[in-house]
Ligand binder design. Structure first.
Ligand code: VGL
Ligand code: ZN
Length: 208
């Protein structure tokens, strides 16, 4: 049987690009990559960070806390963020420059107030699945390419979960940008992905 290749576009949303609430430096640079590579895949899916206004990852929902602080959220360490990607707000919309015509399905995540969800597959405690893993397996996908925002959070946890679910997993390096709260965070995220078996590719060199 021919290999089925899927592309996961992670969180290509207004709040994650310059001018947005949780701007990833140079985040908008990945849009042309997303638009160029989509035609190479049998299946394209996207994720959308989709928080309720009272979400536990927002610093404003914790008395006296600021973005970057870490709290215990129902037993998990949670980095606090500025209010971002609130459901049905412009910041949560997919980037207007993104070609969405080939996106088969958009998976929303981060909808439960009490837990964050960086990965496209599971919440941060692996309590609930988004349905993406089953959908990819049902469609016979064996190879996954991941790109988007941000390298050190949602992209990383998506790629790690893809590996743990048994998919052959590639990271499109030039299709990702990171937050980099601390110097070295982005490089460390890439090393962690590589150690778990994620293969790094540059879109053009890989013929994408
Ligand atoms: C993300 C922080 C908070 C991401 C989402 O898309 O990487 N990062 N929410
Ligand atoms: Zn978020």
């Amino acid at each position: 049987m021919a290999t089925m290749n899927a592309l996961i576009l992670v969180d290509l949303q207004n709040d994650f690009v310059p001018g947005g609430a949780l701007a990833v430096p140079d985040g908008d640079a990945v849009v042309p990559v997303a638009n160029r590579v989509q035609s190479r895949f049998d299946l394209v899916v996207a994720t959308q960070d989709w928080h309720p206004p009272d979400h536990g990852s927002f610093a404003t929902n914790h008395e006296g806390k600021r973005p970057g602080d870490v709290v215990d959220l129902n037993g998990l360490q949670q980095i606090l963020w500025p209010v971002h990607c609130v459901q049905n707000t412009p910041g949560a919309e997919l980037l207007s420059g993104l070609d969405t015509r080939r996106i088969a399905r958009v998976f929303t995540k981060g909808t439960d107030t009490g837990i964050d969800s960086y990965s496209a597959f599971f919440d941060n405690d692996h309590r609930k699945a988004t349905g993406l893993g089953d959908e990819l397996k049902d469609r016979g996908v064996s190879r996954i390419y991941v790109m988007g925002l941000a390298t050190d959070y949602c992209v990383k946890f998506t790629a790690l979960d893809a590996r743990s679910l048994g998919f052959e997993t590639f990271l499109i390096d030039d299709g990702c940008r990171g937050v980099g709260l601390k110097p070295g965070d982005i490089e460390a995220a890439i090393e962690e992905m590589k150690s778990s078996g994620v293969m790094l590719v540059k879109s053009e060199k890989a013929g994408l």
